[in-house]
Design a protein around this ligand. Structure first.
Ligand SMILES: Nc1ncnc2c1ncn2[C@@H]1O[C@H](COP(=O)(O)OP(=O)(O)OP(=O)(O)O)[C@@H](O)[C@H]1O
Ligand SMILES: [Mg+2]
Length: 307
């Protein structure tokens, strides 16, 4: 079983502009759509595409819970959240300009959680997670959930002995590495927190996997590098037309962990993850991809051992 933990969930409000975003002009919208924006929720969606059983955990606000519930139901995401009474799950604004690839993302901070809320989450997690399970913790920490709370959560998971995957950034990522988790996937900016200089970058990456079993650095259109058991694998990504790359990393992580839980060989996990993420960026929202189309793209992914 895989559990995804989204501590700071968000609802994406996709704003499709008629033209390009221009200051001093009325920027008219062609349409608005909604999607889940929480990184763990994105991971759950990706796992569903391989029909791998998973459940999304974390916090959610009660005042707009119906909105989140509807999106999760549409995407068939099983979940069991700690409801934080009287608070609203934050919304993120994803601006998509007509005929321009990529997106502009604007996010709120998210509601404050209390120690009591965190305690409820720990209880839920400890009552569910078993040694053979995989737990993915993804996304930012909400106000009120500090680094020592993350440390507490990670130590509780370590005690259970499950496989811990973290898609975190900044100080939270550093904390996960300090505690020692099984998997991290920093992107090209996040890795600078762990390896600030380009000098001896590959050696440092190799070194990192002595502590973290799987370190995958994702490099956008340049693919990714996986460091595992002293070996470095350079993974290419298929060339596709970019529409919106938000969630590419989440799609990669969710797909990778789903394949990993099915005990697929490492190279197979990596190539499918790369293909699914590439397929995903051709869609305008932050989750969608086609596993069928990705399996075709997978044939184009190359994996080379770096020496
Ligand atoms: N323009 C692109 N063309 C093809 N594949 C891409 C492109 N951008 C991303 N990918 C694929 O998605 C993977 C993850 O992308 P990226 O490094 O942008 O993740 P990220 O910054 O963590 O994304 P997010 O946090 O928004 O989910 C890449 O390693 C690559 O396989
Ligand atoms: Mg990311």
């Amino acid at each position: 079983m895989i559990y995804t933990v989204t501590l700071n969930p968000t609802i994406d409000r996709l704003l499709f502009l008629e033209g390009t975003l221009t200051k001093g002009k009325n920027n008219r919208l062609e349409k608005i759509a909604y999607d889940i924006g929480g990184k763990g929720h994105h991971g759950s969606y990706a796992m569903n595409q391989q029909k791998v059983k998973n459940q999304a955990l974390g916090f959610c606000g009660t005042t707009n819970e119906n909105k989140l519930e509807k999106i999760l139901a549409d995407k068939d995401i099983q979940h069991d959240f700690v409801e934080v009474y009287g608070k609203a799950t934050r919304e993120s604004y994803v601006i998509l300009e007509a005929e321009v690839g990529g997106s502009i993302l604007i996010t709120e901070k998210g509601f404050r959680v209390t120690d009591y809320d965190s305690e409820l989450l720990y209880e839920k997690i400890e009552s569910k997670v078993q040694k053979d399970d995989i737990v993915l913790i993804a996304g930012s920490l909400p106000p009120g959930f500090e680094l020592n709370d993350l440390e507490d959560l990670l130590n509780r998971l370590k005690k259970i002995g499950c496989f811990i995957a973290c898609d975190l950034s900044g100080e939270a990522l550093k904390k996960a590495v300090e505690i020692g988790v099984n998997f991290i996937k920093p992107n090209r900016f996040e890795i600078q927190e762990l390896i600030p200089s380009e000098a001896n970058f590959l050696d440092r990456l190799r070194e990192l996997s002595k502590k973290i079993d799987y370190v995958i650095v994702s490099l956008g259109k340049d693919g990714s590098i996986c460091s595992h058991a002293g070996e470095l694998l350079q993974v290419s990504t298929p060339i596709v037309g970019l529409v919106n790359d938000t969630g590419a990393g989440d799609c990669f992580v969710g797909t990778f962990l789903a394949s990993f839980s099915l005990k697929k060989p490492l190279k197979e996990c990596l190539s499918l993850a790369s293909a699914c993420a590439a397929d995903h960026i051709q869609y305008s929202d932050s989750t969608t991809f086609s596993i069928k189309a990705a399996r075709k793209l997978q044939k184009k992914v190359t994996i080379q051992t770096l020496t």
